[in-house]
Design a protein around this ligand. Sequence first.
Ligand code: AMP
Ligand code: ZN
Length: 465
Amino acid sequence: MTTDPQNVTLYDTYTRETRTFESLEPGKVRMYCCGPTVYDYAHIGNLRTYVFEDLLRRMLAMAGYEVRHVMNITDVGHLTSDADTGEDKMVKGAARTGLTAWEIAERYTGAFQSDLAALNILEPHVWCRATDHIAEQIADILEIERQGYTYVTGDGVYFDTGKLKDYGYLARLDVQGLNAGSRVDLGEKRLATDFALWKFSPPDQKRQMEWDSPWGRGFPGWHIECSAMSVKYLGELFDIHCGGKDHIPVHHSNEIAQSEVAHGTRLANYWLHGYFLELDRERMSKSSGEFLRMQSLIDRGYDPLAYRYLCLTAHYRSDLKFTWESLDSATVALGRLRQLAHDGGEGGEGGAPDPGWLADFQREMRQDLNSPRALAVVWGLAKANLPGAVRRRTILAMDDVLGLDLANWLPPDETVPGEVLALLADRDAARAGRNWVLADELRDRIQTMGYEVEDGPGGSRAKRR
Ligand code: AMP
Ligand code: ZN
């Protein structure tokens, strides 16, 4: 396999260029992705961003890099308005459900992780919660204060964006224009672009989530958590920082501002942003209560991996309009790929991937993650005149990046009953314990139920005889 790491290009929002990727440390990539605010379920638009990040990670692994992937869980401090006003989303979510803020954090973190698993998204190597890193955030704010970039108002400690010459460079923000245009709603903030580093608890109220700090009891602003945790787990300058495109003008601009002051770096060498899944407002807005999430698709009979396939059909830097028809087409396409990969294995495993087709596929993926063109290569391969086993091996190698879990799919008529699966698991355990007699006995019992046991490199499975 050709795995020349020099051949990866990525579009960097910071420089507005497609750059040849070079990792800071040879052969290793350190990558941080902004995670969910766990006050509700993720909608399918949010999940598109995580599919894009997973594709990026898998592509880098294919290109020969060892990737370290960190994702945060925002469980405090994300207010309903980007202007640092409004309610804390967690407190609002708690009021909606009748649970505590801590309980909903637990509930929706679990739900989010299940969504990722359903989409075959690889788990980050590090999950980090904002509420577990209050001390690190306070330390960063202290440093920013020491450098003279903060001021205190009646409701919190703010970052003084007016003092930072290139504030908003990532978004090419028209800082002067923004600040000239907004005199309303500023409160005690000096500039509209200033943002909270620490918010005080209301004096007459005990918040569910609050901590002591050098400035008084309260909670951290949303942006400081990502700066503090990414530096803790990846260092002061790491390779790639990802998120959805809505993060460019506020959240990521603020993360960079904080890091420039506290650590003297722009935090990440490459800034990558996933574009949006477009859906009508009603079905996307969490406040409407009707929004589409993974379970909504499952309830309508869709396979989560069909949604993953749909995401692959669009380049991550273009918006994707969601329609049920497009999800239907994705379902059909995924079905065909599954069948193709499966049929190639009928004559037994064997064969090696076709190097030409695989190289074409990899080339497309390495060029700024061009998944639509990579899929076109997959469909070219589907039609090519190749032995079935070679086609299967090639598709499965491509699927290391596509992540459609093709290797584990069985046609519906080969769905194995639970009893057989239980015997198979017992047999695996017997084999692991080198109890060959019991293992053979279990194989015979499986056979009498009409199934053949196959032991492959990926484990054992049962097939109808
Ligand atoms: P949140 O939980 O609101 O912080 O959002 C989680 C992630 O989803 C962030 O990276 C957002 O940028 C991203 N996101 C929000 N809306 C969409 C959308 N419609 N399509 C794709 N990504 C989105
Ligand atoms: Zn973030």
